[in-house]
Design a protein around this ligand. Structure first.
Ligand code: FE2
Length: 428
């Protein structure tokens, strides 16, 4: 039995020792009471379950500028640019880009990732490559794959057959993109098809839903109702739902009840959608985000995702969830102390609920010994100072270390000192 010592555990008061029994956690004890060889001394730092990425596109990652940049910055030009790049995809191309970004995720302490994979490709090249990658990274990162019909199900040639084939080849989650279908009726039909495939194969459901600044795009109510009536509940997720940023108050109020009753999850992707949405607006320009604050208030589970890391839809990013959380806080005006703590949950435990991780996640006896050590006093502090994990542990194995890197400052009238942006009165 080894020991993680002096950990300020996420969600618990005080400082604790945690037993690590091979790849699993043992007991959680008050600090100083653990017996055994020291695995790691957290020195009172925050110890949290790993970060969870609930929404990224790893097949498109690291392609920004190929074959051209998305000049308008709109979602639609992004899809057009990607369609050109997709024609040149090979297995090696997908494996190498996705693996590189997964290494970034692991270095940042993200050990559960849900990646959408475009299946509107008759060869399903990216899907086969991503199934290989899922196998390669299994010992470190738990990777869920979504069959994502980027160019539609009903409106794309053989769309339903490709979705079915993706399910047969072994995805974890079924997707859809109802707002991209040619008509509203096609959009509803596409959700019914996706729901049916998910049910027959016993898979989760996560659709791109209402990612458009059109207040009449209301597919999320259809998805929620299918999920409730079919008993899918929290196994279903609506991603993006940016049209919600344009819904009127009366409809929003009705929708809160529909979503809360259904138990489905929402995923907001602030980095990408702040950039993609509002492109057709004059000033004032809409934010184009889902109603994060209101839906949390209504009891709906909402998580934050990165969506794109250097691709035609968002050219930046380092796969670091606290950057996403900080952006989400500013964009969704989550500035109360409890709301900032909630934003941290949205890239950890709330995102874990989106992935239906259940007892495969969390610092509890018998669960996988996977965690991050953050040199911070609280989730609030970690978000504010954008703290990267000093240690990342996956299944009882130390996989990443980031030494502290304070800035040495020489200031008139003071001895040279290290600046790490902790407030002096908090340090005392
Ligand atoms: Fe997306």
């Amino acid at each position: 039995m080894k020991l993680l010592r002096n950990a300020r555990l996420y969600g618990r008061e005080g400082v604790h020792d945690v037993e690590i029994d091979g790849a699993r956690f043992g007991r959680v004890l008050p600090a100083g009471q653990g017996k055994g060889e020291t695995f790691l001394d957290a020195a009172d730092a925050l110890v949290s379950p790993p970060f969870v990425e609930p929404h990224v596109h790893l097949d498109t990652t690291l392609t920004a500028g190929e074959p051209r940049w998305n000049a308008s910055g709109s979602l639609w030009e992004g899809i057009a640019v990607w369609s050109e790049r997709k024609a040149t995809l090979t297995r090696d191309d997908v494996v190498s880009r996705a693996s590189e970004v997964l290494r970034w995720y692991a270095a940042n302490g993200v050990l559960h990732v849900r990646s959408h994979v475009d299946v509107t490709d008759p060869g399903l090249v990216a899907l086969d490559a991503m199934i290989e990658v899922r196998e390669q990274v299994r010992d470190v990162i738990d990777l869920q794959l979504v069959a994502f019909p980027q160019e539609g199900i009903v409106s794309f040639e053989n769309g339903p057959e490709l979705l079915e084939e993706a399910a047969r080849r072994g995805v974890d989650v079924i997707g859809a993109i109802p707002h991209f279908e040619d008509t509203r009726e096609d959009g509803v039909r596409s959700l019914e098809i996706a729901f049916d495939v998910a049910q027959r194969h016993g898979l989760l459901l996560d659709t791109h839903c209402d990612e458009i600044d059109d207040e009449q795009s209301r597919f999320v109510e259809v998805l929620a109702t299918l999920a409730r009536r079919g008993g899918l509940g929290s196994r279903a997720t609506a991603s993006h739902t940016t049209a919600m940023g344009s819904y009127n108050g009366a409809y929003s109020y009705k929708l809160q009840r529909v979503l809360a009753r259904s138990g489905i999850n929402l995923v907001c992707n602030p980095l990408a959608n702040l950039c993609l949405q509002g492109r057709f607006d004059d000033y004032p320009k809409r934010r184009g985000l889902t109603q994060v604050k209101e839906m949390l208030g209504a009891g709906v589970n909402v998580a934050f995702g990165h969506d794109d890391v250097m691709d035609p839809w968002f050219p930046l990013g380092t796969a670091f969830p606290l950057q996403v959380a900080l952006t989400g806080i500013a964009a969704a005006q989550l500035t109360g102390a409890a709301e900032i703590a909630e934003a941290y949950a949205m890239v950890t435990e709330r995102a874990a609920r989106v992935l239906s991780l259940g007892d495969r996640y969390g610092i509890e006896p018998g669960r996988p010994a996977s965690f991050v050590v953050l040199p911070a006093s609280s989730p609030f502090d970690a978000v504010r100072r954008q703290t990267r994990p000093s240690h990342v542990v996956a299944h009882g194995r130390l996989i990443a270390e980031t030494p502290p890197a304070p800035t040495r400052l020489s200031w008139p009238g003071r001895a040279p000192e290290d600046i790490d942006f902790v407030r002096e009165r908090d340090r005392a």
